[in-house]
Design a protein around this ligand. Sequence first.
Ligand SMILES: *Cc1c(COP(=O)(O)O)cnc(C)c1O
Length: 431
Amino acid sequence: MKRRKHHQSKRMWKSALRHLPGGVNSPVRAFAGVGGTPLFVSRGKGSKIWDVDGNWYIDYIGSWGPLILGHADPDVVRAVREAAGRGTSFGIPTDQETELARLVKSYFPSIEKIRFVNSGTEASMSAIRLARGYTGRDEIVKFEGCYHGHVDALLVKAGSGATTLGIPTSPGVPSDFTRHTRLLPYNDPRAVRKAFQRYGRRIAGVIVEPVAGNMGVIRGTPEFLETLREETRNHDSLLIFDEVMSGFRVSRGGAQELAKIKPDLTVLGKVLGGGMPIGAFGGSVEIMRSLAPEGPVYQAGTLSGNPMAVAGGLATLKKLKDRKQYKRLEKLSLNLAEGLKEASQRQGITTYQNRVGSMMTLFFCAGPVTDYASALSSDTSRYARFFHSMLDRGIYLAPSQFEAAFVSLAHTERDIGNTVAAAEEAFREIK
Ligand SMILES: *Cc1c(COP(=O)(O)O)cnc(C)c1O
């Protein structure tokens, strides 16, 4: 193995630390979960990225999910360029926004009307407001380990009791703001039934990642998701699926298509923009009618429905029309997953794997990993060593145990083979 040099990255990191808090614009990029200094990227193409020192890597971050077509997909790049040439922003309606709405609706039948915003955070924040405005109630249920962006009311960490009142994870969030957030354990239908029994008539909505990706990948069990659907329906609360990560990813129609469950509201982002900043939320005509200007629930955005973001999204989603794409993605992902599992077994490293389609996490624990508590039982220092060993071998994984690895349509069987071979060596090295 040839040692990769990182002189330029180290120099840039020093400079970044002087000007950006923690050197980054989003915390996990700072390598706090694995130690060491982050690499600076100069470009990407397909499944690969190049750092500023000229090293290349097979990338499994894919911008944390959006790049299902890989880096710099020619059709996406062309569409964004053309859109920019026509004008970067107007604040006046464009027909492309309607076209994107129509396309998203054709993949997500639960959505009859949709509002585009600029990020997943913005979308989940607005969906919560809409749920409260529509139902006239305040209480929101969220689950331990689920992430819905850095929305004040949803930045609530795991508590011990099933119905513990929310405690803000972050300073700067007044406890008053999370007073109406009820925290429950993930994949625990009994806790859900009990909560609805006690205060179901006060719950505006339940927000959940139907396939969780932000505590590592954990699939919501059919019983859990069906219980959510049943209880919310029986209590006139809204079921909100946060499919920012799983949408267009685990299947064309997201986790709701796999689970055959129709949520009241769906939150989207990531793949929706193919790497451009966008988010969206949508649901039935009846619910979306409450949103301004049709209804009283206010929501707005100077750059919402931005022409370049919409163009990036349209180009991406059009290429996902053919379901054969998902078959290919499944095959690549299965081969990677099986390869990693077998390599770790051969090297005697205890791991537990969760995978749904092209998102997967290899937990460094015996498992099973079904909720936040079991995810937290992972050996994060062992993951850190694995991460650095893989990085040395040209494989870019997420710098945290509690994130997903994403396979894209630009990955090849050869990439997968090289990744598994590197993992075999890495497992041997960290034994
Ligand atoms: C990434 C993510 C978000 C936040 O989206 P941003 O675009 O980063 O604001 C919300 N929910 C889920 C499930 C996500 O994975």
